[in-house]
Design a protein around this ligand. Structure first.
Ligand SMILES: O=C(CO)[C@@H](O)[C@H](O)COP(=O)(O)O
Ligand SMILES: [Fe+2]
Length: 219
């Protein structure tokens, strides 16, 4: 089964608990939490306090996407706040191996994220230590942007890279996933799909997630 991870960035933050419970009831697999610091990306969102509040209202795994500089300073706070996966941008830290190890030592699953133009070669010496690689299929910072088409070729190349090394890291795509893009992303080798505006911007969350499952051939 493929994984559908609604991004709360597009939820109604005034009713965040209800929104998280609504997507859980609608069939989501993970909750994607976008953390932005106004330095790594030109936007500021939430921190561990909100992450902990989200964790209290759902049984789903929290997929925490850190778009912050020096994530090594904060990963412990997010693991304590209930993060199951902590994904860090390879561009955001000088000490990628150390930070990945730290996430695992703290008891969470480490993932790494690549911006749209960051080459796959940046994964060469870290791939074997992570549970997840996420490719940004938009420039990070905002929800509701258009899917960058060459993310599909990048996904195929990543799937080949993981397979040729005999590894089994999950591939996740983040940005511009909707009913028009999800099938080709899946065909390219994507396992987990982050969708913010396509789910929270829809009238009926369950119908949208069901439509995704049908397009993925799972209904
Ligand atoms: O990390 C990010 C943006 O930086 C994402 O998780 C977005 O929240 C995805 O939003 P949509 O493109 O699905 O609307
Ligand atoms: Fe994200």
């Amino acid at each position: 089964m493929k994984i559908i991870a609604p991004s709360i960035l597009s939820a109604d933050f005034a009713r965040l608990g209800e929104e998280v419970q609504a997507v859980e009831k609608a069939g989501a697999d993970w909750i994607h939490v976008d953390v932005m610091d106004g330095r790594f990306v030109p936007n500021i969102t939430i921190g561990p306090v909100v992450c902990k509040a989200v964790d209290r209202v759902t049984d789903l795994p929290l997929d925490v996407h850190l778009m912050i500089k020096q994530p090594e300073l904060y990963v412990e706070d997010f693991v304590k706040a209930g993060a199951d996966y902590v994904t860090i941008q390879v561009e955001s830290t000088t000490h990628l191996n150390r930070t990945v190890n730290l996430i695992r030592e703290l008891g969470a699953k480490p993932g790494v994220v690549l911006n749209p133009t960051t080459p796959l070669s940046s994964l060469e010496w870290v791939l074997e230590y992570v549970d997840l690689v996420m490719l940004m299929s938009v420039n990070p910072g905002f929800g509701g942007q258009k899917f960058i088409d060459n993310s599909l070729r990048k996904t195929e190349a990543l799937a080949n890279m993981i397979q040729s090394k005999g590894l089994n890291a999950l591939i996740e795509l983040d940005g511009g996933i909707n009913s028009k893009t999800i099938k080709s992303a899946s065909d390219a080798g994507c396992d987990a799909f982050v969708a913010g505006s396509a789910i929270f911007g829809s009238e009926d969350y369950a119908a949208t997630i069901q439509e995704f499952r049908t397009l993925l051939g799972e209904a």
